[in-house]
Structure formats: structure tokens, C-alpha cells
Design a binder for this molecule. Structure first.
Ligand code: NAD
Ligand code: MG
Length: 383
């Protein structure tokens, strides 16, 4: 593999910090060009000193001076604000942009990177949920690749290597079921953010951890899969697999199924998205069958965990439905984390907002921006 210039959007988060470890492990393969953070100036400064990128961006402009001062003795460019995020991905030295930032904020810089002809290593699933059709169409037009970082989608991608000419019959996304697997609505009513933030198998950022507890994460992943792999809704199934060892499966036209397996560790899908088609040697712990004598599978409960059903509904409806659902969910998760609403209110607010937000069947970029804005307003009023 030729040496790659990498930009990491959201380097201070869960995916971002693990991506830095991956890049550090192969100094002759990667050139770290850009790192960015929204508000954690302290960690961004530390990362810049340690990993020596050419450029850093702090989203929160009020922290520009702090970052600038913190890095005065370093040979690094410092920028601030949303606009800078879109400009730094265009730098000539950047070959691949890892979108490890959270939420709708990923859409604009991802489109800018595609426009500039950069490959995308996509962790920020919300971008494809909001505007999957627009993003994948532009990527195709530009001839750039979107490599999935999300573990389930990486699993499917890994199963498809060597099979790109073979039609997919169906995929199964596996779901751990989160901390509330098997719970009934009555018990879920009073769960706290602290309980929901305890994921059994993965340590991740706050938003995706709540999404995992509410099954919205799996819903977002169903939509993400549609756009990444060009599938129809009925070709995407979800199966609960509490051990998180089988990361997802593909079923082909002859009935054969391929799965990708391994211990849950995001560094592997992050690395594969950056090294495809190569696999680099790692020292990650290896799977031992005897530690997991039983791998089990269960049906999903789309009634209690209504968010998963809502995601399927949004896919069926198309247009701006998923954009509205995503915006509602970003608001409702935030309200839940601030203890302003209960756990079950997340899906209630999401559903009402998706129904009420004006629907556009063939949206352009500005329609997504407006839908996101309106849906956030509706969601806040629904509190
Ligand atoms: P996180 O909250 O740990 O980190 C988010 C990063 O994005 C931080 O660096 C933060 O500074 C930056 N950021 C936050 N808001 C921003 C904004 N408005 N503008 C610019 N930057 C902003 O999140 P995470 O868990 O690392 O998840 C990142 C993305 O990856 C999400 O879309 C998530 O769904 C996806 N993902 C994460 C995991 C995981 O294991 N954490 C797994 C699969 C997919
Ligand atoms: Mg996932």
C-alpha cells in the first residue's frame, strides 16, 4: 500500500482516539495530516503534540486562542469553526478522510471531501441516514470509495471482497441488544442515563451508546446499509446476538452465507477501512472458541424497541423521512442525557417528529438542511 495522507474529523472521540492508535502503529504507511475536535481543546492540543499532524481544527471558535497558545511552539496550522472543517479535507496531501465526528454535523464536511475527490472512511453513520442518496450518488459520480468503519458494515464489506460481481440476496446485521435486551416497556420507563450508558460489549461515545440501548443505533445502521450496499429494505434483516462475535452476515443467491467474526474491537474495522484491500498484522487479542462455547441468536423486539421499526418505516417512505427521524433522535437523546425526558420518550418524540415534519420525496441538499432544522424544532416542542 502506498503511504496515505489521513484527515481524522473528530479525533478526540472514541473512534478518533482509536484511529490515532492505528495510525501510530504503522508510521511508514500513514501520514497524519489533519485532526479536529469540537470542544475538547486540551485533548486536541495533547494529540497534536504527540501525533504531529500538519493541521488542527477546533470547531468551537471561542477555543481558538487556547489551542493556538497551547501549540505555539509546534509546527502546526490551527484553524477554528465549521467552515474550516470543510476546507481542511480538501488539502492536496489528504488522501482519505475518516469521519469520526458524531451526528448531522458530519454531512457537510463529508460532501466537501467527496467533492474534493477524497476517499471516505465512514464512521459517521448519520451522514448516510440523513442524505444517503445524495452522498452515494455524488461519491459514484466522483469515482471515490466510501469504506465502512461501523463494525457491522465493515463485516459485510469484508464478506463481499471477491464477491462484488455476485448479487446479495440478503444481509443480517447483528445487534448486541444493549443493556436492556429482553426488558419490557414497564421496566424501561424509569431507566436512567447512567444505566443506559453501560453497554455490555462496546465502549463508545455517549450518543451512540444511548442509541444502542434504544435500538435506534441498529435502525440507523439498517439505513446506512441500504445506501452503502445498494439494497432494498426487505433485503436487510436484524438479528440479536448478545456476544457480539459475529459482526454481521451476507447471504448470496445460492443460499450460501458468509459471516465475519472476531472479538469486539473497533480498531479492526477502523484499520481495514484505511488499509483495504490489504490486511496489516496486529497484536490484537485473538478469539478463542472455548471462551465462547455458545454463540446465540434471538429475534428483535420492534414493539418495545420502537425506534428500530421507525427506521424501517423511514426507509420505506424515502425522501426526507430518515433525515427528520435522525434530527428528532439527536434532540431526544440529548434531552434524555440531560434527564429532561424519560427513556421511552425518545421513540415517542422520534415518531411524532417524523410524522409531523413536512415530507419532501425528491430532496436536494437544501431540503435536507431545512428538514433537519424543522425536525429539531418539532422535537424540542414535543418534550
Ligand atoms: P464521540 O462522542 O466519542 O466523539 C465525537 C467526536 O466528534 C469528538 O472528537 C468531538 O469533538 C467531535 N464532534 C462532536 N460534535 C461535533 C460537531 N458538531 N462538529 C464537529 N465535530 C464534532 O463519538 P464516537 O463514539 O467516536 O462516534 C463517532 C461516530 O462514529 C458516530 O457517528 C457513531 O455513530 C460512529 N460509530 C462509533 C462507534 C464507536 O465504537 N464509538 C462504532 C460505530 C460507529
Ligand atoms: Mg455498529
Amino acid at each position: 500500500m502506498q503511504k496515505k495522507g489521513v484527515a481524522i474529523l473528530g479525533s478526540t472521540g472514541s473512534i478518533g482516539t482509536q484511529a490515532l492508535e492505528v495510525i501510530q502503529a504503522y508510521p511508514d504507511k500513514f501520514d497524519l495530516q489533519v485532526i479536529t475536535a469540537q470542544s475538547n481543546a486540551k485533548l486536541l492540543i495533547e494529540q497534536a503534540k504527540r501525533f504531529q499532524p500538519n493541521t488542527v481544527v477546533i470547531g468551537d471558535e471561542s477555543k481558538y486562542q487556547e489551542v493556538k497558545d497551547g501549540l505555539f511552539s509546534e509546527d502546526v496550522h490551527v484553524y477554528a469553526g465549521d467552515q474550516a472543517l470543510c476546507q481542511v479535507v480538501e488539502f492536496r496531501e489528504v488522501d482519505v478522510v475518516l469521519t469520526a465526528l458524531v451526528g448531522y454535523a458530519g454531512l457537510k464536511p463529508t460532501l466537501a471531501a467527496i467533492e474534493a475527490g477524497k476517499d471516505i472512511a465512514l464512521a459517521n453513520k448519520e451522514t448516510l441516514v440523513v442524505a444517503g442518496e445524495l452522498v452515494t450518488t455524488r461519491a459514484r459520480t466522483k469515482g471515490i470509495n466510501i469504506y465502512p468503519v461501523d463494525s457491522e458494515h465493515s463485516a459485510i464489506f469484508q464478506c463481499l471482497v471477491g464477491e462484488f460481481h455476485n448479487p446479495i440476496e440478503k444481509i443480517y446485521l447483528t445487534a448486541s441488544g444493549g443493556p436492556f435486551r429482553g426488558w419490557e416497556a414497564a421496566a424501561l420507563k424509569s431507566v436512567t442515563p447512567a444505566q443506559a450508558l453501560k453497554h455490555p460489549n462496546w465502549s463508545m461515545g455517549a450518543k451512540i451508546t444511548i442509541d444502542s440501548a434504544s435500538m435506534m443505533n441498529k435502525g440507523l445502521e439498517v439505513i446506512e446499509a441500504k445506501w452503502l450496499f445498494g439494497l432494498k429494505t426487505e433485503q436487510i434483516d436484524v438479528i440479536v446476538h448478545p456476544q457480539s462475535i459475529v459482526h454481521s452476515l451476507v447471504q448470496f443467491q445460492d443460499g450460501s452465507m458468509k459471516a465475519q467474526m472476531g472479538l469486539p474491537d473497533m480498531k479492526l474495522p477502523i484499520q481495514f477501512a484505511l488499509t483495504y484491500p490489504d490486511r496489516f498484522k496486529t497484536e490484537f487479542p485473538r478469539f478463542n472458541f472455548l471462551d465462547y462455547p455458545q454463540l446465540t441468536f434471538e429475534k428483535t423486539d420492534k414493539t418495545t424497541f420502537r425506534n428500530l421499526q421507525l427506521a424501517y418505516d423511514a426507509l420505506e417512505k424515502g425522501g426526507t423521512a430518515a433525515c427528520a427521524l435522525n434530527a428528532a433522535n439527536e434532540i431526544s437523546v440529548q434531552l434524555f442525557l440531560e434527564e429532561k425526558i424519560g427513556f421511552l420518550d425518545i421513540a415517542r418524540i422520534n415518531e411524532h417528529t417524523m410524522i409531523q415534519t413536512p415530507f419532501i420525496s425528491k430532496p436536494g441538499y437544501e431540503d435536507y438542511v431545512e428538514t433537519d432544522r424543522l425536525a429539531r424544532e418539532f422535537a424540542l416542542k414535543r418534550k
